[in-house]
Design a protein around this ligand. Structure first.
Ligand SMILES: CC(C)(COP(=O)(O)OP(=O)(O)OC[C@H]1O[C@@H](n2cnc3c(N)ncnc32)[C@H](O)[C@@H]1OP(=O)(O)O)[C@@H](O)C(=O)NCCC(=O)NCCS
Length: 149
């Protein structure tokens, strides 16, 4: 049995563990700080966090969501955006990711968005397959650049 609900303060430790597994390049302290900012209402992003639980309250996945004014391939200027999507390895392939996306879509609609967008690393074939299986259409492949100013 999978339940998806908005993350609450008492989920901080579970969310941190899952978040760090998805983005290991960030330190635990950095993740903790971002989580604290989110619950304090000081984070610009994410705007919403959904947590998936399996069985008796065991957190096995999350989705972080925002609203972007521009997203590749989209025509509206208020696009619900999947900033982070993760399911613990032992819980994959059983519909948890699907349940998170269904709840994320519901959240997007509730925010007045009529498009939902996402991105993935070019070599993340599992993510690409999962996106397609859930109705996303691939709209482009971009290269990202930066420089110091
Ligand atoms: C992507 C991810 C969130 C999917 O979670 P999941 O719980 O395994 O997904 P589900 O079991 O709900 O599967 C959803 C759909 O994706 C497809 N899918 C999932 N894993 C797949 C795989 N390894 N290969 C091909 N298709 C796959 C399923 O077929 C399913 O479609 P179906 O219901 O029509 O069969 C999970 O693999 C993950 O956390 N990956 C590592 C982090 C990551 O890459 N996140 C995305 C960053 S953009």
């Amino acid at each position: 049995m999978i339940t998806v609900r908005p993350a609450k303060q008492s989920d901080a430790a579970a969310w941190l563990q899952l978040r760090h597994a998805l983005w290991p390049e960030g330190s635990e302290a950095e993740h903790r700080e971002q989580i604290e900012q989110f619950f304090a209402g000081d984070a610009g992003e994410p705007l919403a966090v959904l947590l998936a639980e399996q069985g008796a309250g065991c957190a096995v996945g999350f989705a972080e969501l925002s609203i972007r004014a521009y997203a590749e391939g989209c025509s509206s200027d208020r696009v619900a955006y999947l900033e982070g999507w993760f399911v613990a390895p032992t819980a994959r392939g059983r519909g948890v990711g699907r349940a998170l996306i269904a709840a994320a879509e519901e959240w997007g609609r509730s925010q007045g968005c009529r498009e939902f967008a996402s991105d993935a690393q070019p070599d993340n074939e599992v993510s690409a397959a999962a996106h397609r299986a859930l109705g996303f259409i691939e709209v482009g492949l971009v290269r990202c650049f930066r420089k110091d100013l």
